[in-house]
Design a protein around this ligand. Sequence first.
Ligand code: LRH
Length: 471
Amino acid sequence: MSGVVAAVDLGATSGRVMLGYVGDGELRLEQVARFPNGPVPGPDGSLRWDFTALYRHIVEGLSEAVRREPGIASIGIDSWAVDYGLVHGGELLGEPFHYRDERTVRGVDAVNAAVPFAELYRRNGLQFLPFNTLYQYAVEERLADAEVSLLIPDLVAFLLTGARSAERTNASTTGLVDVRTGEWDLELAERLGVPASLLPPLVDPGAVLGTLRGEARERIGAAIDVVAVGSHDTASAVVAVPLSTPDAAYISCGTWGLVGVELDEPVVSDEAREANFTNEGGVDGRVRFLHNVTGLWLLSEAVRTWEAEDGAAIDLPALLGEAAAGTGDVPLFDANDARLSAPGDMPARIAAVIAESGTAVPATRAAFARSIVESIAQAFADAVATAGRLTGREVDVIHLVGGGSLNRLLCQATADRSGLPVIAGPVEATALGNVLVQARAHGWFGPDATLEDLRRAVAASTSPERYEPRA
Ligand code: LRH
């Protein structure tokens, strides 16, 4: 069976609406709309998302999708994790905070004082990231004004259909889902002062959430169902990793590099906690056992700074080509250094981190870019090795998907530094995973299709590139 669905895929730097054509051996994406995204200053000097603009772009994109393909069977929505909107009386209480807003520092102190981290990890299985939703809730001033809190994709689905739900893979990044049962940990929520009423019913990927209603339906021009997908972008990306061996590791690389393996059961050992590995919820109850590495954020922020200096756009492929042609050592720094996480002058901050180690700071932008990429690759290689050690797997290949798979320097450096082959692609893993979970819900892969069946479809329809490690 075959058909077409629409995927709304929101990343930290851009959002897209795609059409996904599935069936009869076909799996193909067509981009319908692309729009910018990024942190914007809030009224109080905080860092927010311009959700109003995002939602407008989504509705416009969907209406264009319907114009091109009136027979769209459903819509699926995924985005970055952890961030939420508070809703009262059907209205959004202000633009959502950006996870890079510094208020989370206070949230961490408050949560640590209430629940020791070792206990938290046993309960939610999440790596410590200062922006996990529970830390944001700890400093959220409007919690008491809200009827419900909805994560970004759930918020979009709510505005489109009126459904109030929490898709499970993304809900797992709040820190309030029990890693063993996959249900809200209401006792933990209570201890942290989060009212249970704010946490809507959990739903699994594949569930029909509702049908376009009211103004959204009028503007989009059809009464289409919204179907839950792995609404955490990383969960959708992992669906579309064409895992080629049982011991393969994956890296989903965009703004972040999410590095790990897929498991059937969580690992919440002391070693996993000390290594800061996370057990996020995957589609079909799988576990995404991974580590967040600061990914291409470092490069895109550096480029943003250089562009502001020049008052002109930078040709990134040309810069990376120049970087790849460079010979000689470049300094390595810790890509995960917390000082590199806020927006701002990235080259200066990286230079300060490098200088601390007594090494010479790269003299040219090309050398700087190579230093950044090699440092990310080293962090990737280290995380793959740690994932193998913590799970007792002999990782034999790394699948690198997402925007980073187009960065040849990064793919080769990851192969070299890990000593493992890197299979790069598909670049559109997130949108593909979104489309595949919808297609499966429609029965287009047969009655009992597994993730492995979906991954076979990805392998058959994309041509990843292989990078062998060099001595
Ligand atoms: C990647 C991602 C990642 C989260 C971060 C907030 O887009 O969803 O998995 O940790 O954004």
